[in-house]
Design a protein around this ligand. Structure first.
Ligand SMILES: *Cc1c(COP(=O)(O)O)cnc(C)c1O
Length: 426
């Protein structure tokens, strides 16, 4: 870091020499980790570029359809581009998905029927899925449970691996299991993200016992962190958000579903309605942003990942427990930091907010966010509201007070934001 930058960090944000020292050691420690992610980024850029070329994308795809949106070639071709990237039969990429949860919900409601069982094999799924599934008794209305879909859960073992014996036992003894749910990313858990290789192993195992089971992967935060995606290794259906990795920070909203054609079609009937599926839906002129965001996504996802790695090391050097460590192989862009202290957690998040390009003057506070059971604090001073491919930190307010940091459209911004946040607590 040049002296001018150090001086300005001190002048603008009161960053101490101690924090600058930590910064310098961190950069030194992590730089060797970067080269493998640079290679992944390079490959994924090639993959995206080639998919756009194969579908012969041109200016005319950036249409501005209205009404029914029949024959919106921008929309229809983007589905094909995604299907190529995910190496699968079909995809449904829509600004009409209000978020990732909506896309996940459409995939589940579309493919489960009364008396079927959905089985989560990574323990408790991400908080916003609880209301979809009907996990908590009180919030059951309109859930899968309300529609007669059963739920089962197999927890990961204490070292964060799949419980193969238990999964086998369930698959052999419960004929109603129609879909298994795998969550690639950490969510609000204290575990590492599942590597695509681990996802492959478990899908092969499940299919060897019961080939007809739908292997569904929540791919949120995982896109472009590896050269393969879950659909490359046997996942039947995946879903995610466009305001995370794959929107490249440019997509203004939306979600996607990808996988086997039959399952994607079933999901499309829940986004719209049977008989219409993905063939309607005007796109209000946002298609260019979805394409451009996709094009930038391999780069942006790795910028964010570098921010997470930086965070892991500097927080570890500052005496906090982190997961994953800076040396662990990653499969998502999330960095979990355990504070064991409510004040530190909140102040760290406030620091991230203060370091944001937008709403930097706002004090974020814990609140009762729709879809979450505990109060949640979310620091997100983002160009796109709530976008978590932009530098952000969030945390459910519960012990042991873990913050989840993610995003950063540029690694430089992520570093600065993290330095400001760290300065708030040491
Ligand atoms: C972000 C996320 C979701 C969906 O969240 P939205 O805020 O609705 O986009 C679902 N699952 C996981 C693991 C996530 O990280």
């Amino acid at each position: 870091m040049i002296e001018t930058t150090k001086q300005k960090l001190k002048d603008y944000y009161g960053i101490s020499d101690k924090v600058i020292k930590l910064y310098e050691q961190t950069i030194n420690d992590i730089k060797d980790e970067f080269s493998k992610y640079d290679e992944i980024r390079e490959y994924n850029q090639l993959k995206v570029l080639n998919a756009l070329q194969q579908e012969r994308i041109s200016d005319s795809h950036f249409t501005n359809s209205s009404g029914y949106g029949y024959g919106d070639i921008g929309r229809d071709s983007l589905d094909k581009v995604y299907a190529r990237i995910f190496n699968c039969e079909s995809a449904l990429v829509r600004p009409h998905f209000v978020n990732g949860t909506h896309a996940l919900g459409a995939a589940l409601f579309g493919n489960l029927r009364p008396n079927d069982t959905m089985m989560c094999i990574c323990g408790t799924p991400y908080d916003t899925l609880h209301n979809i599934i009907g996990i908590n008794e009180k919030e059951n209305m309109g859930s899968l449970k309300d529609f007669g879909v059963n739920y089962k859960q197999v927890d990961l073992t204490c070292d964060g691996k799949f419980n193969y014996d238990k999964i086998k036992n369930e698959l052999e003894n419960d004929a109603s299991i129609r879909l298994i749910h795998i969550q690639r990313s950490t969510g609000y858990g204290w575990r590492k993200a599942l590597l695509v290789s681990e996802i492959k192993e478990i899908i092969d195992f499940v299919k060897s016992i019961k080939p007809e089971v739908i292997c569904f992967v929540d791919n949120c935060y995982g896109e472009f962190i590896d050269i393969q995606e879950p659909t490359d290794v046997g996942a039947d259906l995946i879903a995610g958000s466009l305001i995370k990795n794959i929107g490249g920070g440019i997509a203004p909203t939306g979600g996607y579903i990808a996988g086997k054609e039959e399952y994607v079609t079933q999901a499309s009937y829940r986004l719209t309605i049977p008989g219409i599926g993905g063939e309607c839906g005007s796109t209000f002129g946002v298609m260019r942003l979805l394409y451009q965001g996709l094009f930038l996504a391999p780069h942006v996802a790795i910028e964010a990942l570098k921010g997470a790695l930086f965070c892991a090391r500097i927080m570890e050097l500052s005496g906090f427990e982190v997961l994953p460590s800076y040396k662990d192989k990653r499969s998502d862009i999330i960095q979990a930091i355990k504070f064991n202290d409510k004040e530190n957690l909140i102040n760290f998040c406030k620091g991230i907010q203060q370091g944001s390009p937008i709403d930097s003057f706002v004090q974020c506070e814990p609140w009762d966010m729709p879809g979450y059971e505990d109060q949640v604090i979310m620091a997100a001073g983002a160009f796109v509201q709530g976008s978590s491919i932009e530098l952000s930190a969030d945390a459910p307010i519960r012990e042991p007070y873990i913050a989840y940091l993610q995003g950063g459209l540029t690694f430089d911004h992520a570093k600065i934001g993290i330095l400001i946040a760290l300065s708030k607590i040491i």
